[in-house]
Design a protein around this ligand. Structure first.
Ligand code: NI
Length: 309
């Protein structure tokens, strides 16, 4: 825990998140007491106040806190590790509305895990990621965030990114605009209460969101809609070896891998998957880092898509 606190870049954290990072090292009783105290600070903290007004289409870069500056304490020896990533996480709202991959010149790849947090499988996955210095993006369900806020807190404290996967995981394309807003706002607020950060991107459950709805969500929340380029169908529980081989077969530079951290088999598949991708030269980034790369390297947008590896 001491390492964690020393290595978090305070400039990238809101005061509330700094406080929460500190309390994560306390006992549950101490935590509850401090939570009550923090609640009264919430009004003063714009991040914990009401909804950030919508980003105007075409306006400046989206700026919400992230903690990707966190550097994992070095664990030497047993597994390959991802290099430290110092790249930015700010992307422009002009960079696009929907993404299933991003054209980049390097062998960068973004791992995403949906439908958590899960009280056992997510922490187990976090241990695997930490050992390899890998940062991922977690598209959480607001209802689960409310059940296991401490897992989201740890996820954020360890430098991962949180995305909005709605409050109750309904098929958003079948809902009214006001119901979609409710689903996204409630999830966003649950993440904010749990960990003091706001999601910066969203993934619709089942990938279901029509173009008009995507534009509405992008205009009102500033969220790019993040789909995927690799789907191992891990929710069908085909076994860890199959999950792993499907991800390895589909991996490519600029790719976005879809997986689900609530399934034990998916987490079981990760050590071999991660080590194999690292040995093949992939570097893991969060979704915002991947989007920021597109933003910062316009030349890559016109490049020929790299072949799959
Ligand atoms: Ni889902």
């Amino acid at each position: 825990m001491e390492n964690t606190l020393k290595t978090i870049d305070s400039k990238e954290l809101s005061p509330s998140l700094q406080a929460k990072a500190i309390i994560s090292g306390l006992t549950r009783r101490g935590f509850l007491l401090l939570t009550a105290t923090l609640g009264s600070c919430a009004v003063a903290d714009p991040l914990l106040g009401t909804v950030r007004p919508s980003a105007k289409p075409g306006s400046s870069a989206i700026k919400t806190p992230s903690n990707t500056g966190y550097q994992t304490p070095r664990i030497r020896g047993t597994v390959p590790t991802n290099p430290d990533m110092t790249m930015g996480t700010d992307f422009s709202s002009k960079s696009g509305i929907s993404f299933s991959r991003v054209l980049v010149s390097g062998k960068y790849i973004a791992l995403t895990f949906d439908d958590g947090p899960h009280p056992q499988n997510t922490p187990r996955l976090l241990n695997m990621l930490r050992a390899r210095n890998i940062k991922a993006t977690f598209y959480v369900i607001g209802r689960n965030v409310e059940l296991y806020p401490q897992v989201v807190r740890r996820t954020v404290a360890e430098g991962h990114e949180i995305g909005n996967h709605s409050q109750t995981h309904r098929l958003l394309s079948k809902l009214s605009d006001s119901q979609i807003r409710s689903e996204l706002s409630r999830c966003r607020d649950a993440v904010n209460r749990a960990a003091g950060v706001q999601p910066r991107t969203m993934r619709p459950p089942y990938g279901g969101l029509n173009q008009r709805q995507r534009e509405m969500v992008h205009a009102e929340y500033g969220y790019p809609v993040i789909l995927w380029s690799v789907d191992p169908l891990d929710w069908k529980r085909p076994g860890p070896a199959v999950v792993s081989s499907r991800i390895l077969a589909g991996a490519s530079a600029g790719g976005i891998v879809l997986a689900h951290d609530l399934h034990a088999q998916t987490v079981d598949a990760m050590p071999a998957t991660l080590d194999n991708l690292l040995l093949r030269g992939y570097q893991f980034v969060t979704v915002s880092q991947l989007l920021a790369m597109k933003n910062n390297s316009p030349v890559h947008q016109t490049a020929v898509a790299p072949a799959a590896h």
